[in-house]
Ligand binder design. Structure first.
Ligand SMILES: Nc1nc(=O)c2c([nH]1)NC[C@@H]1CN(c3ccc(C(=O)N[C@@H](CCC(=O)O)C(=O)O)cc3)CN21
Ligand SMILES: CC(C)C(=O)C(=O)O
Length: 282
């Protein structure tokens, strides 16, 4: 597989090839997903929920994203690595926004950043792109605004809000974004927006007509014990696999069947004799 770039994604849209994206937060996961052919790996601030155990993405810091991006980058050979700009980091002074996005690339090794928001961020997008930082947009449900939106709910259900969403998407494209995440949007609205854009849309809870799809790793692999959004499809059941394995381990430690011969090192017989002889002398 060739290395995926922002140009690859544009070409894929032109050819009608679908883009597969998933979140990844560490080295072994990134390695497996990269080898499986994922085109884009996202170090999403969803890590605040699925890795850190918070109830929103708001507590996630830039240092957190840098830390996880470094691990993912080491595991991924071909995939495009995209890192989230956390809560508030796109709303400061222009030079601060640039410096923060720059850290994700210089310290983390990201190839691109993702920012939540619409046309109000057009100037931020164009400034980042001008500096050589590719930008993925993110509209619809923008989880960093969960308290302003009043929950993690579907967006763009009315004609007026669907039109505003298209305006946001068009402004982001115009400003130079290379792709846009559409989160929790009715399928018809996502299809309409996708057909109006030259750049690819990546949907999550946005129907099957987007140019690509993204899922949170823990949801897709059934690695969550708590709430799972209804847009998710679990392709594996890691939670059950781990629970069964952990119980087996606890039982085998308790009954002494682990470690067995295969996991055990023995002293050579002659050394054992010497040990007993010396032990008897003292
Ligand atoms: N584990 C996880 N998966 C995600 O997809 C995800 C995160 N975390 N954290 C960041 C955001 C937040 N997301 C969410 C969170 C909750 C719902 C949710 O409660 N959805 C309702 C439907 C709401 C409606 O119909 O308006 C559901 O019943 O699933 C959706 C997306 C998507 N992202
Ligand atoms: C759900 C995806 C698109 C995301 O933004 C995240 O993982 O934080």
């Amino acid at each position: 597989m060739a290395n995926i770039t922002v140009k690859t994604l544009l070409k894929m849209k032109e050819r009608g090839e679908r883009i597969a994206m998933m979140t990844a937060y560490d080295y072994p996961t990134a390695k497996l997903l990269d080898e499986a052919g994922l085109h884009v790996l996202l170090i999403g601030d969803s890590l605040g929920m699925v890795v850190q155990g918070n109830t929103t993405t708001i507590p996630v810091t830039l240092d957190d994203i840098v830390y996880h991006t470094r691990m993912v980058r080491r595991g991924a050979e071909h995939a495009l690595i995209v890192s989230d700009m956390p809560f508030l980091t796109t709303h400061g002074l222009p030079e601060d926004v640039l410096q923060k996005a720059g850290r994700l690339m210089q310290e983390g090794g990201a190839h691109a950043v993702k920012i939540e928001g619409g046309k109000e961020l057009a100037s931020v997008v164009s400034r980042l792109v001008t500096a050589g930082i590719p930008v993925m947009g993110h509209i619809g449900l923008t989880p960093q605004s969960v308290h302003a939106l009043g929950g993690f709910s579907v967006q763009g259900r009315t004609v007026a809000s669907a039109k505003r969403m298209l305006e946001d998407a068009a402004a982001l494209e115009e400003a130079g974004a290379f792709a846009i995440v559409l989160e929790m949007v009715p399928a018809e609205v996502a299809q309409w927006i996708s057909s109006k854009l030259r750049i690819p849309t990546i949907g999550i809870g946005a129907g099957s007509f987007c140019d690509g799809q993204v899922l949170v790793f823990h949801d897709a692999m059934g690695f969550t014990s708590g709430y799972i959004p209804k847009h998710n499809k679990a392709y594996a059941n890691l939670a059950d696999t781990i629970a069964v394995a952990a119980r087996d381990y606890v039982r085998e430690v308790a009954n002494g069947s682990f470690p067995g011969e295969a996991q055990t090192v023995h002293l050579k017989p002659e050394e054992l004799d010497k040990l007993f002889n010396s032990a008897n002398r003292h």
